[in-house]
Design a protein around this ligand. Structure first.
Ligand SMILES: [Zn+2]
Length: 79
């Protein structure tokens, strides 16, 4: 028996005002709109980034490469 016009915020599931009174429709607020957008841009797309984190071991050796590539001791001994 729920009224047909009772949209829910896709972000927080709270009741959302109708489009006429709610510039953030179909979200309840501008914040939820941003949250949902962030979920798409940050959350969903972050899944492959977690995979990249598995590659962090390689990133560690990359840091080692950086250290050996530029030894800061040479100018230090000069001074
Ligand atoms: Zn909301």
């Amino acid at each position: 028996m729920a009224p047909k016009r009772a949209p829910q915020c896709p972000s927080c599931r709270r009741a959302v005002l109708l489009r006429e009174e709610n510039p953030c429709f179909p979200f309840c607020s501008d914040r939820c709109k941003a949250i949902d957008l962030g979920r798409w841009l940050g959350g969903e797309y972050r899944i492959p980034v977690v995979n990249a984190e598995d590659d962090d071991g390689g990133a560690g050796s990359w840091s080692d490469q950086r250290n050996g590539s530029a030894p800061p001791e040479a100018p230090l001994t000069d001074a």
